[in-house]
Design a binder for this molecule. Structure first.
Ligand code: IMP
Ligand code: MG
Length: 183
């Protein structure tokens, strides 16, 4: 059966296979850096869920996982600047090595806020892994410690990333046709 989301995609940026290879390499890299420690991978819902599921299986060290949910977007395609925590941590993180897992680092406003919030809970370290980095749009002073791919200033969907809650289940990452969100 034809994938009915496909006609809304302008161009495929990263295929399923390219993503898988890159995520496996990231998992190996992080496993090397954190060898002998037990970091807490903290996924930022909902966009992280596909990436995190694959990344965790590419990590070969002991680790914990938790999730938070924040919202700053509504149904638009750029940040409103206001960040709200809609699901908080389920446990204390004092003294732990935190690795925040994001789908995309865009303006950086969400992660900058989250990092500030988490640091008040006294973890021993906080690092950031994001599948995609869109540096052209950065408004906050924040950089990923590990990232999968750099993307141009275009709205992308798939592999967990949504537009108005759709396209998260697309197995690759593509640029959404502008007429889909401007109509
Ligand atoms: P930031 O606060 O602007 O860095 O926004 C980060 C969040 O915005 C991400 O976790 C995504 O949910 C969303 N976002 C930013 N750019 C895109 C995009 O191109 N496609 C889909 N979601 C995006
Ligand atoms: Mg989103």
């Amino acid at each position: 059966m034809k994938n009915e989301m496909q006609e809304d995609i302008l161009r495929v940026l990263f295929t399923q296979e390219e993503i898988q290879n890159r995520v496996n390499a990231l998992g190996a890299q992080i496993s090397g850096v954190y060898q002998g420690r037990t970091p807490l991978f903290l996924g930022v819902l909902k966009g992280c869920f596909v990436f995190m599921a694959d990344l965790m299986r590419a990590v070969s060290i002991q680790c914990n996982m938790d999730f938070m949910a924040v919202s700053s977007y509504g149904n638009g395609t750029s940040s409103t600047g206001a960040v709200r925590i809609t699901k908080d941590l389920s446990r204390d993180i004092e003294g732990q090595d935190i690795i925040i897992v994001e789908d995309i680092l865009d303006s950086g406003i969400t992660l900058n806020y989250l990092r500030g919030y988490l640091s008040t809970r006294l973890p021993s370290s906080i690092r950031i892994v994001t599948l995609l980095d869109k540096p052209d749009r950065r408004r906050a002073d924040i950089h990923p410690d590990y990232f999968g791919f750099t993307v141009p200033d275009e709205f992308v969907v798939g592999y967990g990333l949504d537009y108005a809650e759709r396209y998260r289940n697309l197995p690759y990452i593509g640029i959404l046709k502008p007429e889909v969100y401007s109509s």
